[in-house]
Design a protein around this ligand. Structure first.
Ligand SMILES: [Fe+2]
Ligand SMILES: [Fe+2]
Length: 295
């Protein structure tokens, strides 16, 4: 049961200018992304990218190619026959899904050994679950599920950045946040001078990610302003629903609202009836897909 300890008060929180300075310092300390991953991230927003271009870039990195093929053949996608090449993966899964998988591999390698620490692994699993939930929500809302997956896997890159810079420091902050009410963002601002949404937008811009992803990352803990079926709205619900389904970054997080019910209430009635969603079944589906991506 959560205690009633409060998060850091407003007097300890930095101004936007101070957050800006903290973000600049953070960016300088971040380990750089492998070149191929950085170029792939830069391709995310380009609508004119062709399959051959994406394929050529991925196959220039043997480890990345192997991991993407491994994930493409996982239970997450349920492909009928084995996917043996990146071009085939692009044809079977579509460019957006393969870009999403490339992002997953790139970010996971970014975290490196920090993933051995259970509390930090929990943060990573929250990201994976949000990507899976967001892509499912996109299908319900009749949007591009591959694009939604990518946005979901990237939504908490600010947190992954904070972890990559200093895993021990983030772990100490997470420990202090367990059982304390409020958003983790309050603890981050007190510990780092900025929160992960702010850091995430900075990172996204520095990696050349498209504007709609940058602004969705910045706003994902603010009160909902985007439509439920736009990327910003899908990410907001995806993050909150993955918390409710047991994939929160903080262990034992107490959640009072029901974002899944809220989301379903926004979907046109006729469409909702056809979907026949059961929260327990959804939890099992998400867990199995997250596990498949991690296997
Ligand atoms: Fe977040
Ligand atoms: Fe999140």
């Amino acid at each position: 049961m959560a205690s009633t300890i409060s998060p850091p008060g407003p007097e300890t929180l930095p101004s936007p200018e101070d957050q800006q300075k903290a973000a600049e310092q953070l960016l300088r300390r971040l380990p750089s992304l492998p070149t191929v991953s950085a170029r792939l991230l830069g391709m995310m927003g380009r609508a004119d990218v062709n399959l051959k271009e994406v394929s050529n870039l991925i196959i220039s990195d043997a480890a990345l190619t192997g991991e993407i093929l491994h994930m493409a053949n996982s239970a997450m996608f349920g492909v009928r026959s084995e996917v043996r090449s990146i071009l085939q993966a692009l044809a079977v899964l579509g460019t957006e899904k393969v870009k999403g998988l490339a992002c997953t591999v790139a970010l996971r390698s970014y975290l490196g050994n920090a993933l051995q620490i259970p509390a930090l692994k929990r943060c990573w699993r929250h990201n994976l679950a949000t990507a899976v939930v967001t892509s499912e929500l996109a299908e319900w809302a009749r949007q591009d599920s591959g694009e939604a997956y990518t946005a979901g896997i990237l939504h908490d890159i600010g947190r992954l950045g904070l972890i990559a810079v200093d895993p021990a420091k983030y772990l100490t902050m997470l420990d202090a946040a367990v059982g304390v009410s409020g958003c983790l963002c309050d603890h981050e601002r007190a510990a780092y001078g900025l929160d992960h949404a702010f850091a995430g937008e900075w990172l996204a811009r520095s990696w050349g990610l498209p504007e709609f992803i940058c602004s969705a990352i910045r706003a994902h803990h603010r009160p909902q302003t985007a439509r439920y079926d736009e990327i910003g709205g899908l990410i907001n619900y995806g993050c909150r629903i993955s918390d409710v389904l047991g994939f929160s970054a903080i262990e034992g997080l107490q959640i009072e609202d029901d974002p899944l019910e809220e989301f379903l209430g926004l979907i046109p009635a006729a469409q909702r009836e056809r979907m026949n969603i059961n929260p327990r079944e959804l939890q099992i589906l998400i867990a199995s897909r997250v596990n498949a991506l991690e296997a």
